[in-house]
Design a protein around this ligand. Structure first.
Ligand code: 6PG
Length: 467
């Protein structure tokens, strides 16, 4: 029977790259793709050091693999995953393992876990982050599924994952769809941080007339300190790039209408279902949606003008202010996403360990950032920490930068430049740190018009008033 350590279905860029990454780490690998060219091109990579086989035939593919078989699917989320599963099922045997490495919706994974576990197949949903380069040279991987079966996958995944101080950016996260859920929230945080960066770029450019080179330098310098992160790093690189045709900065020639595949929206949708407030992520999704109404925006821009201005600040002072505010916002965004994971873990019985999540997000993934080390330490100090905002060490940094955050939000309001994620992130913070909220009035209103009853602060029980 077969001797190949690992099989990949779907030899697009991600699948191919991850498989080559495994081959570089001395695992023998087989790939299946209906496209004969892709299968052949994978096999061309085989040599004395790399044991690689490509095929277009499902039965042959299964026979190539060592038992219990470890197979990963890297095909588009949705129906393609189900059809690949159905095409392989007749050849699989009890104990075989299937790992869906795409951005699948977590409820789909729950269904597949049930269906396949009933047939004796161990099914995993695993988020993979880091794009094409990550897959080739070290992604962050977020697997969830049957813990016993993970031992078969562990050596391969730990070998190919990104490493931070020698520690691999992969770990078994939890049961059923835990891996897809963690990846979904990863993407929600990704949306919010990207929007935060975009707002910073916008206000510095439109509000303070920063030149392209100055903007680029701002992000480059931020990437050296406490804001060090992949998204800040690539922003600096993007801002430097000239267009080959016009010689202008490429970014200024790109349409301002956003596209998305939907994982950010799923994060917000499910956050609402489980009552986990993540307004910064919600707003980031909203802002991509608003960007789509270009014609209406052009029309409204002529109807509503605003000539307000904020106080005059030197470029140096603005940069310093925004640097502090950015740190504040960044931490508060992660705090929301990670609190969602804590709530989801209870709701769905995932058994997540947030210290481990912070650990595997430190490298390889799109939201990797220096500050993740502090988050890891916060969860190490207190496994039950409900929200990063309650960690004493992080609180020191937030308190230090709180004033800058308020100043920056005021600047956006005065200048009439949308800084929605900055604004809502500060509101989340202010609500979270409010001992009292005006929800007493909302409770009274509900009771007034709908007899929905209310609770009192001075007596036990449920009350209704004839208002
Ligand atoms: C990653 C990315 C990856 C992908 C997103 C883009 O972690 O490597 O998040 O999963 O680039 O799906 O998402 P949108 O198309 O929704 O922006």
């Amino acid at each position: 029977m077969g001797h190949f350590d690992f099989g990949m279905v779907g030899l697009g860029v991600m699948g191919r790259n991850l498989l080559l990454n495994m081959a570089d780490h001395d695992f023998s690998v087989a790939g299946l793709d209906l496209d004969a060219e892709k299968a052949a091109s994978l096999e061309k990579e085989a040599d004395a050091k790399h044991d690689i086989k490509g095929t277009t035939d499902a039965k042959e593919f299964i026979q190539l693999l060592k038992k219990p078989r470890a197979i990963m699917l890297l095909v588009p989320a949705g129906k393609p995953v189900d059809s690949v599963i159905n095409s392989l099922l007749p050849y699989l045997e009890e104990g075989d393992i299937m790992v869906d490495g795409g951005n699948s919706y977590f409820e789909d994974t729950n269904r597949r876990v049930k269906e396949l576990n009933a047939k004796g197949i161990n099914y995993f949903g695993m988020g993979i982050s880091g794009g094409e380069k990550g897959a080739r040279f070290g992604p962050s991987m977020m697997p969830g599924g049957n813990e016993n079966a993970y031992d078969r996958l562990r050596p391969i995944f730990e070998a190919v994952a990104a490493k931070v101080n020698g520690e691999p950016c992969v770990t078994y996260l939890g049961s059923s769809s835990a891996g897809n859920y963690v990846k979904m929230v990863h993407n929600g945080i990704e949306y919010a941080i990207m929007q935060l960066i975009a707002e910073t770029y916008d206000v510095l450019k439109r509000g303070f007339n920063f030149e392209d080179d100055e903007l680029q330098q701002v992000f480059e310098s931020w990437n050296q300190g406490e804001l060090q992160s992949y998204l800040v790093e690539i922003t600096a690189a993007i801002l430097k790039k000239d267009d080959d045709i016009t010689g202008k900065r490429l970014v200024s020639l790109i349409s301002d209408t956003a596209k998305s595949k939907g994982t950010g929206k799923w994060t917000s949708q499910n956050a609402m279902d489980i009552q986990a407030p993540v307004p910064s992520i919600d707003l980031a999704v909203n802002m991509r949606d608003i960007s789509k109404y270009k014609e209406e925006r052009v029309q409204a821009s002529k109807t509503y003008t605003w000539n307000g201005d904020a106080k005059d600040l030197s470029n140096e002072n603005v940069t310093a202010l925004f640097k502090d505010a950015f740190y504040f916002a960044m931490v508060t965004i992660y705090a929301q996403g990670m609190a969602q994971l804590t709530i989801a873990s209870k709701e769905f019985d995932y058994g997540l360990n947030l210290e481990e999540v912070a650990k595997i997000w430190r490298g390889g993934c799109i939201i990797r950032a220096a500050v993740l080390e502090d988050f890891r330490n916060a969860y190490k100090a207190n496994k039950e920490l409900p929200n990063l905002l309650l960690d004493k060490n992080l609180a020191k940094g937030l308190n230090k930068h709180q004033k800058a955050m308020r100043e920056v939000v005021k600047i956006g309001i005065d200048k009439g430049i949308p800084m929605s994620v900055y604004g809502v992130t500060l509101s989340y913070f202010d609500a979270y740190r409010s001992e009292t909220l005006p929800t007493n009035l909302i409770q009274a209103q509900r009771d007034y018009f709908g007899a929905h009853t209310y609770e009192r602060i001075d007596k036990e029980g449920i009350f209704h008033t004839e208002w």
